[in-house]
Ligand binder design. Structure first.
Ligand code: DCP
Ligand code: CA
Ligand code: CA
Length: 406
């Protein structure tokens, strides 16, 4: 079935919102994250700051070294969420189905509304105009025949971009001789694996599919398809109630009997769950712990909460309580999730401040991370951004398993 999909992504999102609200920041290198003397990483930065080599995920000290004249600010998440709700309203008005990927990004199925390619082009430009006039921000829009191509198209002319990829053939021609990293599911680590296997470009993926599948398995098969422009995934409307739970799990390379280490692993998994929940602006009213023992028997234990949370500290505390209540036998897999999800604003009561004092939670988290640092000699607080990525998360936990000492 032929579809027309728009991918829209805001430019330098957090930074652009701050610049919109304080015109003195315009034209200057602006870094959103922490202040230079604090521990932390860059959430994002203005395009002026990017010219100095600053980018998302970079340690803030490194950003300061590259760009000492930059203006450093903390993020205002509540503000970005409010802006995101406004954006959603605009996006939804043009789509039969709209799939929000994060606060600043969505796929829109405009096949019906657009009728034809000309109509899709009109919608793409309307979204850009309305975003600028009604919200005061620029975005980049990609119009294409598939989700993968639409995402590629929105990246293509960033910032304030507009680009079309009408057919699979256009898509393939565009990326054929680019590095494999151009495919958005290929991160630094996957790229390295492919490079090590002698696969540099998208063309190499097409010409050596067996090598790609051998080194990446299922993901490799997907990449081979994409290298031919094949992607017929539909736009799946993201309604919070559609998701049953948000979780992270980890299979160890060796069986684990050490329950102190398992608790430490739970903290990292909980941090990753928190980040994912916040990305979709969701909270859960319960926590589930899952264990697979070495005989492959799996158990899961849940605790309902009388309030909704996405806090890593709360998730961790509940998961540890659950772990303390089960049989201590060697395990192969551990996972933690939150369930009974609702949008972040729902489920908030006046009790919230009492139940989840943010400052106190921050202090507790700092404390927990310091304890980890002592135990494993890793700077966890400074590398949260990496921990949020599944590949690095699993690597870090494996490292901890091998280096545990009291
Ligand atoms: N973000 C974050 N940490 C990251 C990446 C992103 O906190 N490692 C936040 C800040 C960004 C927002 O999410 O403003 C959107 O992320 P994008 O990757 O879309 O980046 P930007 O919108 O900032 O810039 P671009 O213009 O490249 O899309
Ligand atoms: Ca963006
Ligand atoms: Ca984005």
């Amino acid at each position: 079935m032929r579809q027309i999909i728009i991918h829209v992504d805001m430019d330098a999102f957090y930074a652009s919102v701050e610049i919109r609200d304080n015109p003195e920041l315009r034209g200057k290198p602006l870094v959103i994250g922490s202040l230079p003397h604090e521990r932390g990483v860059v959430a994002t930065c203005s395009y002026e700051a990017r010219r100095y080599g600053v980018h998302s995920g970079m340690n803030i000290k490194e950003a300061y070294r590259l760009c000492p004249q930059g203006i450093f600010m903390h993020p205002n998440f509540d503000k970005y969420k409010a802006v995101s709700a406004q954006l959603n309203a605009i996006w939804n008005s043009y789509a039969t189905a709209s799939q929000r990927i994060s606060l600043d990004e969505a796929y829109l199925d405009v096949t019906e509304q657009a009728v034809d390619w000309e109509g899709a082009r009109r919608i793409g430009h309307l979204i850009k105009q309305r975003t600028l006039y009604e919200v005061g921000l620029t975005c980049s829009v990609g119009v294409a025949y598939s989700k993968t191509a639409a995402k590629m198209a929105s990246e293509e002319k960033k910032p304030d971009g507009y680009f079309e990829i009408p057919t699979a053939e256009d898509f393939v021609n565009l990326i054929l001789d680019r590095d494999v990293g151009v495919l958005y599911t290929v991160g630094a680590q996957t790229a390295k694996k492919l490079h090590d296997a002698g696969i540099q470009t998208v063309r190499d993926i097409r010409e050596h599919p067996d090598e790609v599948v051998a080194s990446l398995g299922k993901h490799g098969r997907w990449l081979v398809q994409v290298s031919h422009g094949e992607d017929d995934r539909p736009v799946v409307p993201y309604r919070p109630q559609d998701a049953k739970s948000i979780g992270r799990e980890m299979t160890f390379q060796e069986n684990v009997i050490n329950y102190l280490f398992l608790k430490d692993a739970l903290l990292l998994l909980a941090l990753s769950v928190e980040e994912r929940a916040n990305r979709y602006d969701l909270k859960g009213r319960g926590v589930t712990l899952k264990l697979t023992y070495t005989n492959m028997q799996s158990i899961s234990r849940s605790r309902a909460l009388n309030y909704s949370t996405s806090s890593a500290v709360t998730i961790y505390r509940e998961a540890v309580a659950l772990l303390d209540s089960v049989a201590w036998e060697p395990v192969r897999l551990i996972g933690v999730s939150i369930y009974n999800l609702s949008g972040g604003e729902a489920g908030q009561t006046v009790m919230r401040e009492m139940l989840e004092d943010e400052a106190q939670q921050q202090a507790e988290l700092r404390h927990l991370l310091q304890a980890l640092q002592r135990r494993y000699g890793l700077d966890f607080a400074g590398h949260l951004q990496q921990i949020y990525q599944m590949e690095t998360l699993h690597k870090t936990i494996e490292y901890m398993r091998r280096h545990f000492r009291m």
